[in-house]
Design a protein around this ligand. Structure first.
Ligand code: GLN
Length: 535
């Protein structure tokens, strides 16, 4: 079934991967939303995993969790942060999901004896997902980003599906193709051939781009854009420059200067309205201010080679720094190195220490050393999920005298399992999508750092975990001085712990990083950065 009046924008990429299609889709979303349109952004991921929940952050970067508890691609985090709006499980579609659904229908007998094929069964399933996301909230505009690079075998069913979709909804669709325009230093010139080839490839699959966004290291001259327009068969004003930027949050304003939104609304037959970008202008001007005080924030983790693994945490720190009118420098501390070393020099110049989420026992003892160092040296400490487990284990061992306190995730038969598997998780056998996921409420205890930060009694935050504070040790740890400042109202799970008498030592079971937005920074990050700044 087709929703009336919705417009569809498809974003594909060519030449190479990692061109920042997600940021471009999100930035276009910002511009269209600022004009008063109801916009959502969807991502197609052509891999066979059902979702990225079971993938290593080394390979795939962070797993972003939606309010409704779906483990999704990190681009959905960009979408939420940019358009300042929650997305749902409908916004991330993988090949795995599509095939899963097609095969479930096949087993049920839904195809009534037909041979089940990529065309039409798989493509129909993909097209259904585009309508489904549009109908979810009666959106005016759906932007759909197709992951991967045009020409990949994996993405062919998605490309074919959007080709059919545009054919069937001709007046309501446009295609944006993002390419790379490299600059050759040796001959001092831009090269348009990769773009020409990429567009040729896209056309060979039946899709004619309406706009071409040129990613480049330096601004692309008008003559080059005109050349691309001529060779690729698009209007000259539909070749949009998108030069590398020192902050992703400048991209919406850069694309506005290139008038991408004007070309898009013209092509979709929408009326041009004024952009309202006050918040963006203000936010980016803070990023650019000179002479801001700086804070060094250490992130102690094990996926440190790729900051994408902790993407939302890094973005939240940036938002909170802007809110505090300072600039944070992130110092990556490798937990495994810390574990092996006798020296704590790696932590010496830090104004704040953050331990993010994680799984498995690698580097755990290093993280415990970092938490101890923060506690003993009055350095602001912020623990997220695993970072809360670390804080509780450290406190139990070194303050409450429970010598081999641990989490049963790392040591099944320790004497003091202060962190233990959630009762509901005991019977879980399947790994994918079975953690405690998504938004749950948390009750904040007045007169705590937690309450001070949020300034309210109940909040809702997103979760992704199997292990929890073990209630059996609550009394003993509280008696030793640990403050339980946040609990889940339904089942009394410990959600937040903190240490009184310390400048700022707070650790939460949930992941606040998923809810921070550039000019609406998260209260806990804001409070943590503030404390780090005054250290
Ligand atoms: N590994 C821990 C658990 O499963 C923490 C998870 C996390 O940090 N997201 O509970």
């Amino acid at each position: 079934m087709k929703k009336q009046n919705t417009k569809y924008i498809f974003v594909t990429g060519g030449v190479v991967s990692s061109l920042g299609k997600g940021i471009i889709a999100a930035s276009l979303g910002v511009l269209l939303k600022s004009q008063g349109h109801k916009v959502t952004i969807q991502k197609f991921d052509p891999y066979l995993n059902r979702d990225p929940g079971t993938m290593s952050p080394f390979q795939h970067g962070e797993v972003f969790v939606t309010e409704d508890g779906c483990e999704t691609d990190l681009d959905l985090g960009h979408y939420e942060r940019f358009i300042d709006q929650n997305v749902s499980r409908l916004n991330n579609v993988t090949s795995g999901m599509i095939f899963w659904d097609v095969l479930t229908k096949e087993r049920r007998g839904d195809y009534l004896g037909n041979t089940v094929q990529i065309i039409p069964h798989v493509t129909n399933e993909i097209k259904r997902r585009i309508f489904q996301v549009a109908e979810e909230n009666d959106f005016d505009i759906v932007i759909t980003e197709v992951g991967g690079t045009v020409g990949d075998i994996e993405s062919l069913p998605f490309i074919e599906a959007i080709r059919q979709f545009s054919f069937e909804n001709r007046d309501d669709c446009i295609h944006i193709h993002v390419t790379l325009v490299p600059y050759l230093n040796t001959s001092s010139e831009f090269k348009t051939k990769p773009t020409q080839h990429s567009v040729k490839e896209l056309k060979s699959l039946g899709i004619h781009p309406d706009l071409i966004v040129c990613r480049s290291e330096y601004p692309v001259a008008t003559e080059i854009k005109e050349k691309i327009a001529l060779f690729c068969d698009v209007k000259a004003d539909s070749v949009i420059g998108c030069v590398d930027s020192d902050s992703i949050y400048k991209v919406p304003l850069e694309l506005e200067k290139e008038k991408i939104d004007q070309v898009v609304v013209r092509n979709l037959g929408l009326r041009k309205r004024k952009n309202k970008l006050k918040d963006w202008i203000k936010y980016t001007s803070i990023i650019d201010s000179k002479g801001l005080p700086s804070v060094n924030i250490g992130i102690v983790g094990k996926y440190n080679l790729l900051s994408d693994s902790y993407l939302s945490v890094v973005e939240s720190i940036k938002h909170a720094s802007a809110a505090n009118n300072c600039r944070a420098t992130i110092v990556w501390v490798n937990a495994e190195n810390l574990e092996k070393s006798d020296s704590m020099d790696a932590l010496k110049n830090l104004d704040g220490i953050l331990i993010p989420g994680g799984f498995g026992d690698r580097g755990i003892e290093g993280k415990i050393k970092a938490a101890k160092y923060a506690r003993e040296n009055n350095i602001p400490y912020f623990g997220l999920c695993l970072g809360m487990h670390i804080a509780v284990i450290e406190f139990a061992r070194h303050v409450a005298g429970m010598e081999d306190a641990n989490s049963t995730e790392f040591s099944r038969d320790c004497t003091f399992p202060v962190i233990d598997i959630l009762p509901d998780q005991k019977k879980v056998r399947q790994k994918g999508g079975t953690m405690r996921l998504g938004a749950y409420p948390c009750q904040n205890r007045p007169q705590t750092k937690l309450y001070e930060a949020y300034q309210c009694e109940t909040v809702s935050e997103r979760h992704r975990h199997r292990y929890e504070f073990n209630d059996k040790y609550k009394k003993e740890l509280e008696a030793a001085g640990l403050v339980i400042s946040g609990t889940s109202p339904q089942n009394n799970l410990v959600e937040v712990v903190e240490l009184p008498g310390h400048p700022w030592y707070l650790a939460c079971q949930f992941h606040p990083e998923f809810k921070s937005r550039p000019y609406k920074s998260h209260p806990l990050f804001r409070s943590f950065i503030k404390a780090s700044l005054s250290k």
